[in-house]
Ligand binder design. Sequence first.
Ligand code: ADP
Ligand code: ZN
Length: 723
Amino acid sequence: MYAQVIVDIAHSQVDKIFEYSCGDELKAGSRVKVPFGGRVIDGFVVGVSGTSAFPPERIKPVAYVYDEPPALGEECFSLMNELSSRYRVPKAVCLRLFIPSEMRAGRVHEVYKKLVRFVSDEIKLAKTAKKQFEFLQYLKDCGGDEFTACCQRFGRGAVNAVIEKGGAEVVKIKINRAPSGYNVGEEDKKVLTPAQEAALESIENSPQTVHLIHGVTGSGKTEIYLNVISRALERGKTAIFLVPEISLTPQMFSQLKRRFGDKAAILHSGLTAGERFDEWWRLKTGDAKIAIGARSAIFSPLENIGAIIIDEEHDGSYFSESAPRYSTVEVAEMRAKYNGCKLILGSATPSIEAYSSAVSGEYNLITLTERINGRPLPHITIADMRREVKRGNNSAFSQALREELADVLENGRQAIIFLNRRGYSHTVICQDCGNVLKCEHCDVSLAYHSEENCLKCHYCGAKYRMPRACPECGGIHLRYGGTGTQRVVSDLKAAFPGARILRMDVDTTSGKEGHYKILKQFADKQADILVGTQMIAKGHDFPSVTLVGILDADMSLHFSDYRAGERTFQLITQVSGRSGRAGEAGKVVLQTYSPENYILRYAVNYDYKGFFENEISLRRATKFPPFSLICRVMVTAADDDCALEALKGVYFGCEELRQRYPQEFIFLNKMHSPIKKIQGRVRYQVLMRLEGKKLLPDIYDLAVKFTTPKALVYVEENPVNLS
Ligand code: ADP
Ligand code: ZN
């Protein structure tokens, strides 16, 4: 027999199928070791056949077959082909996505327990072998026991003698290192509301593959997902449930374990390598039927998938930042089509792309406008910080927020202070009029670069001198950067000496457990106020929080990104959703220098549709996605010359394309990346805005063509971050 093997090397030059001879029992999907270029390396068997086109004397045998069931299924090969042609990465790199990295490196192995089992007592034992008789009798009574325990009790000699004579046998049982410690209590199955029932019916009966649930925070989307999963299981199928890593909280695990028990495998970054390995095999062998995890769980080894769910669909973490730079929704669509199942996207603030696909009818749109039990959405008050500055209030808190905080502390409730740090230190804002400096060509905010003391546009590379005064009002209180969490905490302590305050940001959450610990302390009411950045925006359910303060609400509005408006609307809605989740009505104070801004107006009124209409017509007029594609080809190298050579190659290639297809290009240029150097590697980019996806394959080809051992070249589509 001959095995078709893809060797586990991430290089386009060996991105082919190699043939080796093998035994009859080798199956497609198995992992093997094969001789390759003088070494023996790992490989994946993608097919087996009885004949080969090569002369037999040139074919080498497979060196080693891993002692495990085939790790890759049919669907993997289909996805491998789709992904490698879509994102132009070697097939081996695609296959790696399907297997836990610990397993590939051979660092983790299964753990077995050795058991001794009774076979027969019709064997001949020496009359004097008292221990052997006792052991055999013991086994006969209980059927079997652990090998080590038996040895301790009856002596290793007696145990081995009985085994040798055929009275007992040793069996190896696999032990699952399933993550434990979840709070598994009563199952709390709920009676679905009419809106939830209707949503489930719609998912079942609409012809589209993709369904978008747009439901306000607290409208019971999670309960809909759980029911979709139950129904898939009832039909004998499996399910994948994706959430952003940050939402994988202990509360969430407990909820899922209560509902699905051992059928659920939860893959999160807190697992040990061994746990991840075992959970993966539980899914592979069908012991577990539901894969729950962040982005990479889309590659779970499930067969016969009945539903795929992506919660918080708008979240930036669904885009991979290493090769292949895939979009999780796109991969999920591939899997949904392969399995003939539904893909359900959910969000309180859908991405503009997803919502416009829903409006156009490509996706089935399901709208939930009410919170469960008719609980009101929190009331949002806008605090105009320009006025506070004029009144001489230079603290981080407006009068309104101060008063509400006092009220919360007095009544023994909890508050969250959210510090909007996205694009924080880069934007320049006039504190007198709220004006933000923008690019003349692109209408996006400029970013301040301190090393050159200038302002730059991240979309066209234009440079501007840093002005002394605001070009709009002549005011000289130009501010960039601003309050950090530490400053907010010290201001809070000064204003409310008795308050217990917790801080959560990148500095306080080091280590895997860092942010769980802080969230748990807050949930246990060991603090009155939680101060934090983006990390506290999502998913958490703290029943006694009745106030949310949003500082610098407009900072993300001015982030030098065409998604600035969208991000701001999402943030405000998500953060506000933390307030008043239980009985008490919630409040939100939103502090801003641009209170008249339309995005804030829509957010305050929870008017997603109004926001969407506005945003989509703006994008249409300015030709930003989804009406165009922003494409960046990054070039990085340790050495400037190598980088520049690759950059030139890519740029001239794009120039040629533009000459052939001028109508496809809205913008094309090459430049330093906003951050010129990271970890000793210089960074350059070819930046373009394209009418559509037509030229993407050619651009990916250019990236592959100019990648050298020294220069890394890769393509990003509509990158979440342009730094
Ligand atoms: P979302 O995911 O839309 O933000 P959740 O699923 O977290 O909303 O639901 C909000 C709250 O309502 C949760 O506390 C949940 O337990 C509760 N809930 C959801 N569905 C029901 C129901 N059918 N009956 C009673 N309570 C429900
Ligand atoms: Zn510009």
